[in-house]
Design a protein around this ligand. Structure first.
Ligand SMILES: Cc1cc2nc3c(=O)[nH]c(=O)nc-3n(C[C@H](O)[C@H](O)[C@H](O)COP(=O)(O)OP(=O)(O)OC[C@H]3O[C@@H](n4cnc5c(N)ncnc54)[C@H](O)[C@@H]3O)c2cc1C
Length: 432
């Protein structure tokens, strides 16, 4: 997106991509007879940038299936429900009150400078786990918070700063929007997969995109930058680094990055996710009145959705190993992950789930050029101590990537927002 914006302004651009493909944290593969997403997948209301771009590039969307009863496996018990999760009335009331309060607090966090929130220091001094234990007494309500946090962040509540959590919620329009299907971030998928967006953008850029060209170092001097790769050097007047901050910290810089920026890159670990898709001869769960959505606190798959193709020609389920569960499986062979995933699906949807006709997964933790997913996270102290360095250019280096967005941080829409913003910074400087 950054490259496209710059090209439109008349600048000369080259895109250096480490992998042998474009798309980064989106990846669409052939599985069975259809294309399925093993990375970023859904979009929803208020994600106007990605929606508009998809329309323009001719990538159509379709609604995520959610009709039927959902499954929740909690503390060893499996139950189905339609609207409200099966917890005690007390837990439900407690949770409702806490979440209302949470959204009020989130709205008070400025998304362009969360460290300026009135209670920034206090909130950045605690984890989401600490807030949960303080705000909620019932096990049912606490369990539901765990489920929501894992689903949205691919991390445990103990890993996240409470200020970062509030900032992220506000950037996406609140907890309800982030966690919902209809009316929320999981509302629609792309026919043919999300990776097409990057592929079509790259087609438009043509020869400017160079694959299998990891950037090793960036040198700045008075007149410009020299970017070194194993395939040779590139010189230019400015450079936009559009990768997660922790990976940006692995590039060598001459002169070295300002101290605060370097400290920031040491404080933004990636979330932990393994995404698994299983294809079936038919959507057997729909026959039993189930939606395909499931949450679990013990099974390796913590979150599942129906992943049937838009025209119903292929039946599939998608599941996520998240946080601790992803780390438990990230060094195991694919056969074990597959077994664990199918076992989880079977517990939620019935024994037919063991007999899939095709299976694929993507262990994002072991991806050298992602380092995990869905996004870069912040533990306590990172935002208030180093947050200012997130978007501030360092000389001729400008920072993009979804982590630097102020709307829909962590999502595809945020990545577009960040790319456009960084490109506009450069356009302004080129015009001087
Ligand atoms: C399993 C999973 C599910 C997700 N689900 C959703 C979803 O449903 N909806 C949603 O909106 N978002 C989702 N996301 C998040 C979304 O995919 C990301 O927010 C978005 O793709 C980030 O885009 P980006 O351009 O900022 O970074 P990236 O996609 O990470 O792009 C960075 C690029 O830089 C390359 N690179 C890295 N290091 C170097 C280097 N040294 N030199 C050269 N190139 C380098 C990488 O190969 C990569 O192509 C999901 C992510 C994952 C992993």
């Amino acid at each position: 997106m950054a490259a496209r914006t710059l090209v439109e302004s008349g600048a000369s651009v080259v895109v250096l991509e480490a992998r042998d493909r474009v798309g980064g944290r989106t990846r669409t593969v052939e599985l069975g007879s259809e294309r399925v997403d093993l990375g970023g997948q859904w979009i929803g209301p208020t994600q106007d940038r990605i929606r508009t771009l998809a329309d323009e590039l001719g990538v159509a969307t379709f609604p995520q299936h959610e009709q039927g009863r959902n499954v929740r496996a909690s503390r060893g018990r499996v139950a189905t429900y339609r609207n409200a999760p099966p917890v005690s009335m007390l837990s439900r009331l407690e949770l409702r009150r806490a979440l209302r309060h949470l959204d009020e607090r989130a709205r008070s966090v400025p998304t362009s400078a969360p460290w300026r929130a009135e209670n920034a220091v206090e909130w950045d001094g605690m984890t989401v786990e600490m807030w949960k234990r303080d705000a909620l007494r019932t096990a049912g309500a606490r369990d539901l918070v765990d489920v929501m946090v894992r689903s949205i962040f691919a991390a445990e509540p103990s890993e996240l700063s409470f200020l970062f959590f509030l900032f992220y919620l506000n950037a996406g329009g609140g907890l309800e929007r982030l966690s919902s299907v209809t009316g929320g971030a999981q509302e629609r998928g792309f026919i043919g997969g999300a990776q097409q967006i990057s592929e079509r953008l790259a087609e438009g850029l043509g020869q400017r995109v160079q694959l299998e060209t990891p950037v090793q170092s960036i040198e700045q001097h008075d007149g410009g930058v020299r970017v070194r790769t194993a395939r040779g050097d590139c010189i230019g007047r400015h450079v936009i680094v559009a990768i997660p901050p922790t990976l940006a910290g692995r590039i060598e810089y001459t002169p070295p990055l300002p101290a605060l920026r370097d400290q920031l890159t040491q404080r933004m670990p990636m979330g932990s996710v393994i995404k698994c898709v299983a294809v079936y001869p038919e959507p057997f769960w729909r026959r039993s009145g189930l939606s395909g959505q499931a949450w679990s606190d013990r099974d390796p798959i913590r979150l599942a959705f129906d992943a049937c193709s838009h025209d119903g020609s292929q039946a599939a389920l998608v599941g996520f190993m998240l946080g601790r569960s992803a780390r438990e499986y990230c060094e195991r062979p694919e056969i074990e992950r597959r077994e664990a995933a199918l076992q989880s699906f079977a517990r939620a949807f019935g024994p037919e789930a063991r007999d899939c006709s095709a299976y694929a997964d993507q262990n994002w933790i072991e991806e050298r050029w992602s380092g995990g997913g869905y996004t870069g996270l912040m533990p306590p102290g990172a935002l208030t101590e180093c947050g200012e360095a997130l978007r501030r250019p360092c000389g001729r280096i400008h920072w993009a990537g979804t982590e630097t967005a102020t709307r829909w941080v962590g999502y595809m829409d945020g990545a577009l927002d960040a790319g456009e913003r960084a490109a506009n910074e450069v356009v302004k400087r080129l015009a001087r």
